[in-house]
Design a protein around this ligand. Sequence first.
Ligand code: C2O
Ligand code: CU
Ligand code: CU
Length: 440
Amino acid sequence: MAAQGPRPDRYRSARGLLEAPLEAEYGAFRLAGRLATVYSYNEQIPGPVLEARAGDTVRVPFTNNLPEPTNIHFHGLHVEPTGRADNIFLEIPPGESLTYEFTLPAGHPAGTYWFHPHIHGRTARQLSRGMAGLFIVRGELDDIPEIAAATEYLLMLKDFEIYRDGSVGPGSILTVNGVVNPRMVLQQNGLLRLRILNSSIDLYFLLQLEEHPLYLIATDGGGIPQPLAMESILIAPGQRIEVVAQGDRPGGVYRLLNLPYASQGGGMEGHSTQETAQLLATLAYEGRLERPVVLPSRLVSVDPLPPPTQPLRRFEFRSRDLPAGPVFEINGRTFDHERVDTRVALNTIEEWEIINLDTMDHPIHLHTNLFQVVVDGEPERAWRDIINVRGGERRRFRVRFADFPGKTVYHCHRVAHGDLGMQGVVEMHLLLPPRGRFPR
Ligand code: C2O
Ligand code: CU
Ligand code: CU
């Protein structure tokens, strides 16, 4: 169920095929209760919801009706980064069309993925004007009876500013699915399941639901082995989580809040360092189930990745103020799509260390292969594609480069930082397959 507000179209796969025509549009739209001029997919904010299962083929006939080039990135999906699949080097000029097509591998993790434009230098603008949609891969977690019985809401979080002339950008209006403070309902004794995407280009959300602990059940790349009770949960730009709340409070109305979080580093200014909690949505109890639905203590199994087979790689992230304006660098260089920064071999496991030399947070994202964050030397049993690294911190993740050769990118998902250079190219090379195994 989409929270109250505009209902995006849903495209579901049937007999192994998801066919989802998308058009990039530029025009008037009712956003946060006001008339605005937005960029969108199919004149909807959020964009259409795409739903598939592992093994399905995905076909997206796409037309660009914007006055500038664009493309589509399928964020988090483990599919080819080349050809007409998840190829962010494609540029579709105004007025032109292209059909994206790829197949989700049989073992693709079920989870909450999304799609958005990925044109270097234009990503921040196109995304902040409204272009984003969810891509849900259903599977194991969804098939657990208690989870299936939960009331599911899809929440696309995004900040906007709407200017006098109707143009939009990031700003102080917090929206959920393009509206301010939508209402969600839950039966007493029921389970509430929230699938949440932070589609803001710079804003962090620190979520809390009044009087309800939130149980984390999934990260970017799907379910985790056991629910994790949390008072509040941080969602960096680009990240997704799924949380569950038990409907075990007295009836009434509870607020979903965004708590203050200093993503600019302690004491520095920045719009995400607001001092009070902000309202995102409202949960109202309505009706009552006779018998409580209880969140199971076991969810899905996630095997930790084995130790790395290659030496550690280090990446230093730093911004600098130059006379010509700020630049955002990785290992002292800004992005060049012609240059390969990192060469890796398929079927190897690596650890990457992300070193943040700034005071602000950088949420670092890798395309094509999901990873596991390494905590105290051990990989977490959770799949992610974004790791948030606080100012002055260093953190590691472990990744297996599997299945798909070719070039793709890693970058900061405060996407203006990426547009200003904080992005690198990784090339995944095909090696001779180990004996007895052949690449697919
Ligand atoms: Cu969501 Cu390279 O991006
Ligand atoms: Cu991505
Ligand atoms: Cu950054």
